[in-house]
Design a protein around this ligand. Structure first.
Ligand code: CTP
Ligand code: MG
Length: 384
């Protein structure tokens, strides 16, 4: 049920962050900050509309940051944040959603569980809810560098956004408070006598304010991790005159049985790539008996896995394949197999290893009933 709209205020100048471009449009790990901020709201099932409030002088930056996104036209902000919020709320009058979340463009780390907690507070009867954090340090009231008193920190909390309200209530409260210079929307709600709940905020939900914050966000959103995937596969021999291994046709007095060209080398490679991406197995992507894959070159399976990797922003660092069989003898084909795998993956052969081994005459491979393969691949993937 999409009963909630979001107002994102992005009309500030970002002066404290510096950097030439207003902070909400700064490139952070390959995307503008605003695009990171929008993502959790656009993906949430209860959010029906996201209304942006911008500075019209920055509309080109806004267009570039939100290209391809399904958003209503932005409205112009005011001279302070409160004025910008009111403009966003007024723009939602035709829609009049049940709830509205008011959020700073400069906070890109909202989680879906934070959105859930805030909406749950409204569902439970509160007319407003904000994320709040406990004070962990002792708090002093100071003037001119001298302490006047020590405050009871148990009654103090740090307010974050998104601040969430029943739409009709907060619209009326903001209209009544226009020009009063209140610092957040909860203060506007308090002035109107609304009861606002404080739900658990998140330390990670920081507001990008200074140049140092921009650097920390770049490190957090650009973080990548290494993943290792493994693959295993077996194909039985059948009548034929060659086997396909790692994309190379190798003459033999038998072929390999299978839906595609039964290239056990490429199958284990793809299996390991799917493993590192947590994308299930070969059977999920290429169902056995599916006519689409009948007789297809296994190189096409590799292209599908490479596409999946590209869409996730992943990079293949290394692939190590082992082919297990008694015959055909493979040693002289190893360099060609390695070159071919590197070509299909679009990486240098120095990142690929192809090993061959027999099983000393033991087991199905030793008896010459088929060929087995194993693979390990290492991928570098974004943490987010
Ligand atoms: N904001 C706004 N309209 C204004 C001022 C601020 O929409 N007239 C927005 C900012 O874009 C930001 C949020 O309110 O997303 C919080 O404000 P702040 O962190 O102070 O951002 P800026 O005002 O842009 O930064 P600075 O004060 O350093 O210039
Ligand atoms: Mg400001």
């Amino acid at each position: 049920m999409a009963d909630t709209a979001v107002v994102i205020v992005a009309a500030g100048k970002g002066e404290r962050a510096g950097g030439g471009v207003p902070k909400q449009y700064r490139d952070i790990a390959g995307r503008p900050l605003l695009a990171w901020t929008l993502a959790p709201f656009l993906q949430h099932g209860r959010i029906g509309a996201v209304q942006l409030v911008i500075d019209p002088a920055q509309s080109e930056l806004f267009e570039a940051a939100t290209r391809g996104m399904d958003l209503p036209a932005p409205v112009a902000g005011g001279s302070d944040r409160q004025g910008s919020v009111l403009a966003g709320l007024e723009a939602l009058v035709p829609l009049s959603p049940a709830n509205v979340m008011i959020h700073d463009a400069a906070r890109p780390f909202v989680t879906s569980s934070l959105i859930d907690r805030l909406l749950a507070a409204l569902d439970g009867g509160a007319s407003g809810a904000i994320p709040a954090l406990a004070m962990t340090d002792t708090v002093k009231r100071c003037r001119d560098g001298t302490i006047l008193e020590t405050l009871d920190r148990n009654e103090l909390a740090r307010a974050q956004t998104p601040q969430t309200f029943r739409y009709a209530d907060i619209l009326a409260a903001h209209r009544a408070a226009a020009g009063k210079a209140l610092t957040d929307d909860a203060a506007v709600a308090e002035a109107a006598g609304l009861k606002v709940a404080a739900v658990a905020g998140e330390e990670g939900n920081v507001k990008i304010t200074s140049a140092e914050d921009v650097l920390a966000a770049q490190a957090r959103l650009g973080a990548r991790e290494m993943r290792v995937g493994s693959g295993f596969d077996v194909h039985a021999f059948c009548p034929g005159d060659h086997v396909m291994l790692c994309g190379i046709a190798i003459p033999h007095d038998a072929g390999l049985a299978g839906d595609s060209d039964a290239d056990v080398g490429l199958h284990v490679l793809v299996d390991a790539m799917l493993g590192a991406l947590c994308e299930g197995d070969l059977g999920r992507h290429f169902p056995p008996g599916d006519p689409t894959w009948k007789g297809r070159a296994s190189a096409d399976l590799v292209s599908v896995a490479v596409d999946l990797m590209d869409r996730r922003g992943a990079r293949l660092v290394h692939a190590d394949l082992t082919i297990i069989c008694e015959r055909p003898r493979l040693a002289r084909h190893q360099p060609a197999m390695r070159e071919k795998v590197a070509e299909l993956l679009g990486i240098t052969p120095g990142r690929v290893n192809v090993k061959v081994t027999s099983t000393d005459g033991l087991g199905f491979a030793g008896r010459g009933e088929g060929i087995a393969g194993m693979a390990a691949v290492t991928l570098e993937v974004p943490c987010v």
